[in-house]
Design a protein around this ligand. Structure first.
Ligand SMILES: Cc1cc2nc3c(=O)[nH]c(=O)nc-3n(C[C@H](O)[C@H](O)[C@H](O)COP(=O)(O)O)c2cc1C
Length: 217
């Protein structure tokens, strides 16, 4: 365990891509510890209707990486489209180039991950109203973030990714997920981090995003 305060863990848990140590294995016992902590997060009516798949079989990880890469390429080619370079809508974000570089690095190396986590929420929400959507995602996202924090305090890390959902069906078939009953929330590579000194990242300031008592833009 790293000797970090709660505030340090909360403010330095990053999306780690270039500093994932693909040469060091992670133990099932440690992953179970992290998930046991994650399960303490709130979930609607305490139904615990989530499911979690941890993949640590290198052959399946290889296939997962292939699906992720196809999906990410689809996203970049068809969704981001021509909007690259200065025109990319995230281009004004500090360190945007570094993020792109790092996304590419993960794309090239995902197959080397010692383990991958795919959380599932129960049901389908794409045609549901905002209450069902908020309740469904709100019943699992906190647990996933708690998992990230538990990894961080143990010297491990992950990167939040959703790109593979452009090929959700292919991933569901690969892992035997019943597509009509469960929704994949994301895909999270897990590894020890190379070094443990992570820093605060750029975020818009309090004054830019917070108003008191009334909506303000
Ligand atoms: C909802 C969501 C989806 C994301 N999808 C991807 C993805 O598919 N691939 C990827 O490499 N990073 C993905 N990211 C990571 C972001 O790019 C990352 O959070 C950003 O680089 C900021 O890094 P930081 O969290 O360390 O500050 C995603 C993050 C979020 C929150």
């Amino acid at each position: 365990m790293l000797n970090l305060s709660a505030d340090q863990v909360l403010s330095t848990t990053r999306s780690v891509r270039k500093r994932l140590d693909f040469n060091r294995s992670v133990s099932r016992a440690d992953l179970q510890d992290c998930l046991d902590i994650a399960f303490q997060a709130p979930n609607g009516s305490n139904m615990n209707s989530w499911r979690w798949i941890i993949i640590d079989d290198p052959e399946i990880i290889q296939k997962i990486a292939e699906v992720y890469n196809i999906a990410l390429d689809h996203y970049v080619e068809n969704v981001l489209g021509e909007a690259v370079g200065e025109n990319y809508r995230g281009a004004s974000i500090p360190r945007a180039d570094k993020i792109n570089d790092s996304v590419l690095y993960l794309r090239e190396n995902l197959h080397r991950s010692p383990a991958i986590l795919i959380p599932l929420l129960s049901g389908r929400v794409e045609n549901a109203g905002v209450f069902a959507q908020a309740s469904s995602y709100g019943s699992i996202i906190q647990a996933v973030w708690s998992f990230f924090l538990a990894l961080r305090s143990r010297g491990m890390g992950s990167a939040w990714t959703t790109a593979h959902l452009w090929r959700e069906k292919e991933m569901a078939e690969l892992l035997g997920i019943p597509l009509d009953k469960y929704t994949q929330v994301g895909l999270f590579p897990i590894a020890y981090t190379i070094g443990t000194d992570f820093k605060k990242a750029y975020r818009k300031s309090f004054d830019e995003v917070v108003s008191w008592n009334q909506f303000e833009l």
